[in-house]
Design a protein around this ligand. Structure first.
Ligand SMILES: NC(=O)c1ccc[n+]([C@@H]2O[C@H](COP(=O)([O-])OP(=O)(O)OC[C@H]3O[C@@H](n4cnc5c(N)ncnc54)[C@H](OP(=O)(O)O)[C@@H]3O)[C@@H](O)[C@H]2O)c1
Length: 295
């Protein structure tokens, strides 16, 4: 069997196109575009690439983009002051502080300072709590993108057995909440899970968010399962450039799975598309409008 390759790029382009239409409509109704502020502290190359692509996508969607690049010597107080200023800025609907932050800054304090209605990353405890209790919230972009791909692939996932490998606040836990919200039967696995291959073998849906290159092997996958690979790991190559791989051994897993996301080109593009979607939703809610339809 050879699995269907789930094309995240095409799915993300469709979401971004719908967002762009929603942005134009929002501007027509309110007289201003939705705005996203990004905050990058320091010069971590991967973070800089992510933030640049987020700013580019924001502009392409027709939204206002406010980029704040701070030196890695920035103090926690300075960063908190910037967040407080952005919280009060009426042109800013979404605030994204790129993680990880330099060691002198407590990320949890920064996340808790972002106004929940502008928390387009969905990391604020208020949004995490609302998601967990089934209330409307801003949902973390990566797991939301994964859910979008799963629903496009499977339709209803009610009653299916889903295993999420990884329990971070930004991917694993909200992913599990979203799957539970869709009535899947959810298992969350982590570094202390016993006999992980056996646990994964029971899954109709596998979401791998671990950060370990190709850890999930082909013989862990149930025949016909749907596999969503969140991992982004750079492994060395002979030419010195390195190569991106996921947390799943793609070639092996594709022999047994029913459908699988590639890395790159799977979950990654969906993360940015969902950030655009969240910013548009935040703008609507802040303007007292109903949520945009079809997103
Ligand atoms: N595609 C995207 O847009 C996107 C977005 C975000 C993240 N990512 C990628 O997704 C991956 C996960 O990110 P993250 O932020 O969630 O990572 P993280 O915060 O480091 O969490 C990793 C999780 O994996 C678990 N884990 C580690 N080793 C394990 C093992 N041997 N067996 C089972 N579980 C194990 C950890 O368990 P414990 O809790 O027990 O330590 C932890 O819960 C990374 O590769 C990251 O680059 C991609």
């Amino acid at each position: 069997m050879s699995a269907k390759r789930i094309d995240g790029k095409t799915a993300a382009a469709a979401v971004r196109e719908r967002v762009a239409k929603g942005v134009a409509e929002f501007e027509r109704r309110t007289g201003r575009p939705p705005g996203l502020a990004t905050v990058l502290v320091g010069e971590d190359p991967a973070s800089a690439v992510y933030v640049r692509s987020k700013n580019k996508a924001t502009a392409e969607a027709g939204m206002a983009s406010f980029a704040h690049n701070l030196p890695d010597t920035t103090s926690e107080e300075e960063l908190l002051q910037l967040v407080i200023t952005l919280n009060a800025d009426q042109m800013v609907d979404g605030i994204l502080v790129q993680l990880p932050l330099p060691g002198q800054i407590d990320s949890a304090r920064v996340i808790e300072t972002v106004e929940p209605s502008k928390d387009v990353d969905g990391f604020h405890p208020v949004n995490a709590g609302r998601l967990a209790t089934g209330l409307p919230s801003l949902v973390p972009c990566t797991p939301y993108g994964c859910l979008h791909l799963l629903k496009a692939e499977l339709g209803s996932i009610a009653g299916l057995s889903a295993v999420v490998v990884g329990r971070s606040n930004i991917v694993g836990k909200p992913m599990a909440q979203l799957l539970l919200g869709e009535n899947a039967t959810v298992t969350i696995a982590h570094s202390k899970t016993r006999d992980l291959p056996e646990v994964v073998r029971r899954a109709d849906i596998v979401v791998a968010a671990v950060g370990r290159a190709e850890m999930v092997r082909g013989d862990w996958i149930q025949s016909g399962a749907t596999v969503i690979d969140v991992g982004i790991n750079r492994i060395p190559t002979d030419d010195g450039k390195g190569r991106l791989v996921g947390d799943v051994a793609y070639d092996e897993a594709a022999q047994v799975a029913g459908a699988i996301t590639p890395v790159p080109g799977g979950v990654g593009p969906m993360t940015i598309a969902m950030l655009m979607r969240n910013t548009l939703v935040a703008a609507h809610r802040r303007a007292g409008l109903g949520d945009p339809e079809g997103l």
